[in-house]
Ligand binder design. Sequence first.
Ligand SMILES: [Zn+2]
Length: 152
Amino acid sequence: MSRPFSRYHNNCPRCPVLGAEDIPSDEYYNLKWMRLNINIAREMVNGRTPVRVEPGALKRWLEHTRIDPQHVTHVPLNVGPGLKVTLPGGCGEPIIDGNHRAARSLREGKNFFVYVFDEAETLQILRRSMGTHLADLIWSALAESRPHPDDL
Ligand SMILES: [Zn+2]
């Protein structure tokens, strides 16, 4: 099999680095001032039940999310649910993990599921990702912000 020389699978910077599959590394989702550690969130999934994301809502969300169209074709459809968090003050429910899987599912007319974290759990993830002090400052700023009509 011939493959172009690249550090990454599929010559795609969002794919895993060749030969590095066994090395765990922290993944983060950055949103506004927030930095959420995906590995910490995954640890907290435990036995919760995945929830189907309504396709219209998923489409609207993905329109505001940075998606690499090339990478959408690299992600398998069967790797499991994504992760969705809940922000305070009506600031939304971002999908912090699985956006490329979601885009692929949507495109192929398949259902996409997420594990949902409520506000208290989201704050816990944020505190463990950024430290309590910074997490609490950001959280109270969000909680006091006015919800944008489009978020409803
Ligand atoms: Zn890729």
